[in-house]
Design a protein around this ligand. Structure first.
Ligand SMILES: C[S@@+](CC[C@H](N)C(=O)[O-])C[C@H]1O[C@@H](n2cnc3c(N)ncnc32)[C@H](O)[C@@H]1O
Length: 250
């Protein structure tokens, strides 16, 4: 279980709503891949769907365009997400709040989420909760990130989320879900400078780095070391390690 300040997360994602879509190139690709993997492995017909952490609706849009459904409920801890999903389709019902603590209703055939589960304070417990909302043989399809995600930043600072490895997660939820498809990828983005990396991370709302507490010396050291260790052809790298899970409820 990791200590996650939900109010802070809410504030950061609220602030990043306007910049998120332009910067979240990796997350957009993850949403498309997740839909392809879902339809390839479990079909496209689902009676009742729940999406957790819909944000500005990257995955929501893909669901509306690619899946055949009767009911579709989306959720996000940030209430303003409602405006974004209502622009996508008036068939969507939005439930605001912390998905770990609110009542999510039940009887879902499909629960989906893109790039959000890494923000849960107790992911194994949360997955058990989702199991209680999903029908037997229902599908849980989500993406998250591996422990090596943003390795450049975690090697130079003490800031990182406690990501689960795929093996750990599968072991922890073995009583509740059976894997249908699991995969891990690596995607490297290039930036002109370490400051651009920090700006990118801020604009997608991930800013786990509490820059308020950095001195000028901390920032200088971060930039010098980032260039020293993570440069490539005059650019600096940032590595994303997305994980894909298509699971069936036992
Ligand atoms: C990286 S964004 C992903 C947004 C969207 N799914 C996409 O594909 O672009 C993570 C989202 O999870 C939401 N989130 C974080 N913690 C949450 C929680 N406990 N309950 C519900 N939503 C949460 C954030 O507000 C944010 O919109």
């Amino acid at each position: 279980m990791q200590a996650i300040d939900k109010e802070l997360i809410k504030k950061r994602f609220q602030r990043s709503l306007k910049t998120y879509d332009d910067e979240a190139i990796v997350q957009k690709g993850m949403a498309s891949s997740l839909i392809d993997l879902l339809t390839g492995n479990a079909g496209n017909k689902f009676n009742k769907i729940l999406e957790i952490g819909c944000g500005t609706g990257n995955l929501t849009r893909q669901i509306v365009h690619n899946l055949d459904f009767q009911e579709f409920i989306t959720n996000d801890i940030v209430e303003e997400s409602d405006k974004y999903v209502q622009n996508i389709s008036d068939r969507i019902l939005f439930t605001p709040g912390d998905a770990e603590t609110i009542d999510l209703s039940a009887g879902f055939d499909l629960i989906v989420s893109n790039a959000s589960f890494q923000w849960m304070s107790d992911l194994p417990e949360f997955l058990k909760k989702l199991h209680s909302c999903i029908n037997k043989d229902g599908i849980l399809a989500f993406t998250s990130f591996s422990p090596d995600n943003f390795g450049e930043i975690s090697q130079l600072t003490d800031c990182k989320l406690d990501y689960y490895s795929q093996l750990e997660l599968i072991y922890l939820i073995n009583d509740y879900f059976e894997p249908i498809y699991i995969n891990n990828e690596k995607e490297i983005l290039s930036f002109n400078s370490p400051l651009e990396v920090l700006e990118h991370v801020k604009q997608i709302g991930v800013n786990a780095l509490n820059l308020k507490f950095w001195t000028k010396k901390d920032l200088n050291e971060f930039q010098i070391n980032y260039v020293k260790y993570f440069s490539d052809n005059g650019k600096v790298n940032l590595t994303y390690c997305p994980d894909y899970y298509i699971l069936k409820a036992k």
